[in-house]
Design a protein around this ligand. Structure first.
Ligand code: SF4
Ligand code: SF4
Length: 372
């Protein structure tokens, strides 16, 4: 018997809009071992993953709640044999679906099936341009060759391709070549996104933080390329917030636009939120997505501005950046309710300045992500 459709409550929390996008982390399994992986240090086991029937139900709940886009992610989502069925379920529910993949598993046959099931877009990650550098960072020999073949397969089946390259001290000098690679592979969009320092990346921060000079050179290269390649290649560029003076608007505000579901079904306002102590994140196995989005303590804890203390409480940017990132505030100060320390107005900003001095030290080695 198919699972019962959940009862969706009407809009129950005044001022809370429905979410727009869902990041569906289908699994933490991945053949790569990136040392900046955003998955938690304690990875969820395959035996705990939501079943296909549970994901189908969740996709239905998401569509009923108002979600417009689903991003199938992981780990490596192609490690799930039911991915084609889930893409079909999303399409049947009217959801725009995007596959976020390492490109290390499968190829044209799988992509053809995904396209026929309704997949709309593929976002493929590379770790670097040169194969040896890519494979060293990925922790998998032959990864670059598999990714290159995968990119060609994406184009062969006619799906739009975005390349994603996470940048840091050890590859930031190659931004020009990254842009050339994206053009050569037929990508329409390139994301050059700096490492965000959570989970595995925080463990390896000393090996990844770039110097200001490195960052400024890369930024000039990107700005020139954006001008030169207008209408040919869109370039998204995410800079390391440690080098800024105001924080990013993390997830566009806690519980405002996005939700994230872990492989075992935990519903989170962002992928790093599990690091926060004292908050228990409900599972789709125990409650409907609507209940969790509108009513759970976890989603309401840092919603809006009422939770803020000074200097955020009376700051004119409080509804622009929402006080920055709660996870970063906790990881750097031990208190998730403080201003994000990357803000120069934060009394804790000194911890970021201290960290930036790490960027001057020649640390190259890192700890790889380990599964199991
Ligand atoms: S960041 Fe690397 S290790 Fe982590 S899920 Fe993505 S490809 Fe796999
Ligand atoms: S004080 Fe708070 S609200 Fe103001 S800019 Fe800094 S982090 Fe944002």
């Amino acid at each position: 018997m198919p699972p019962a459709e959940p009862r969706i409550e009407p809009h129950v929390a005044p001022g809370v809009e429905p979410p727009l996008a869902l990041l569906a982390e289908l699994t933490h399994r991945c053949p790569l071992r990136c040392p900046y992986c955003s998955n938690p240090l304690k990875l969820e086991r395959a035996s705990d993953e939501l079943t296909e029937a549970e994901w189908r139900r969740v996709l239905g709940e998401a569509a009923a709640l108002g979600v417009l886009q689903v991003h199938f992610s992981g780990g490596e989502p192609m490690a799930r044999r039911d991915l084609v069925a889930l893409i079909g379920e999303a399409a049947g529910r009217g959801l725009y679906s995007n596959l976020i993949t390492s490109g290390a598993l499968g190829g044209e046959r799988e992509l053809q099936a995904f396209a026929e099931a309704g997949l709309k877009h593929v976002q493929l990650s590379f770790q670097d341009v040169a194969a040896a550098d890519n494979d060293r960072i990925a922790g998998l020999s032959g990864a670059h060759a598999r990714k290159s073949a995968f990119a060609q397969a994406v184009r062969a089946v006619g799906l739009p391709l975005t390349l994603n390259i996470v940048v840091h001290r050890q590859n930031l000098g190659g931004v020009d070549q990254m842009i050339e690679m994206a053009l050569a592979l037929g990508a329409r969009r390139l994301e050059i996104a700096h490492v965000q320092y959570y989970a595995w990346a925080l463990t390896n921060r000393a090996a990844f933080l770039p110097t200001r000079a490195q960052l400024d050179t890369a930024t000039r290269t990107v700005e020139a390329a954006r001008e030169r390649l207008k209408g040919v290649l869109a370039i998204d560029y995410v800079v390391p917030d440690y080098h800024g003076v105001r924080p990013k608007s993390c997830m566009n505000g806690w519980g405002r636009r996005f939700l994230n579901i872990s492989p075992a079904g935990k519903v989170l306002p962002c992928h790093a939120a599990e690091t926060l102590p004292g908050l228990s994140f409900p599972s789709v196995r125990d409650a409907s997505l609507a209940d969790i989005w509108y009513r759970s303590e976890a989603f309401n804890r840092f919603r809006g501005t009422d939770w803020m203390a000074e200097p955020c409480r009376n700051c004119e940017r409080r509804t622009i950046d929402w006080g920055g990132c709660r996870c970063q505030a906790f990881l750097l100060t031990g208190d998730a309710a403080r201003a994000d320390p990357v803000c120069a107005l934060s009394p804790d900003h000194g911890v970021v300045e201290t960290a930036l001095r790490e960027a001057e030290q020649p640390v190259e080695a890192f700890i790889y992500r380990q599964y199991g």
